[in-house]
Design a protein around this ligand. Sequence first.
Ligand code: MD6
Ligand code: FE
Length: 213
Amino acid sequence: MLPDLFADERRDATLGPDAGILGGFALDIADALIAEIRRMNADTPFRHMETRGGRRLSVAMFNCGALGWISDQSGYRYTAIDPETDAPWPALPPLFRDLAGRAAAALGFDGFVPDACLVNRYQPGTRLSLHQDMDERDKTAPIVSVSLGLPATFLWGGFQRGDRAARHRLVHGDVTVWGGRSRMIFHGIDALKDGFHPATGALRYNLTFRKAR
Ligand code: MD6
Ligand code: FE
């Protein structure tokens, strides 16, 4: 029998219970997603937020949707107003909402309607250290995360910060979904390697959809 040449193409992978990578799930709309990021970024700048301790995050961020995740000297929280522009965050594009719902359903989370989308921008050298996503009120909803542009190494740890982390490659168009029993897993992104991607140049974008309230 001939080998299935496409068996590897989608690279779906299980991360843990209720968590997985949907390889290439957003590939067919990736260009349109990037166009939406650029359109919103015309009015809403990427910025390097500060942690409570006064350290600057190396990931640059903005939000779209009713609520946006922010960090400053008083800590982490969700707000309806962008403190940088004093205006509401840009509306969640229907294309984004639809993608998040379809991806969540693929992992068994039906009816996922995000109210927050964090747009992350990584340059070579940018990293996101191990963390838990715990600022969302509704921990029963999953999180859906879309990778665009340069590949990254996703770190998938355990329930303790010191637990050994597995490494998973995330490429343009991949979507990760997690919730349920894996919702509080420590995770992060290793320092982005230098490179060039035809859709984004020397950048990686990540969209992270949540139900914050
Ligand atoms: C990133 N993602 O992929 C960072 N958090 O750039 C996250 O921190 C993340 O991908 C919660 C759920 C999914 C994620
Ligand atoms: Fe996270």
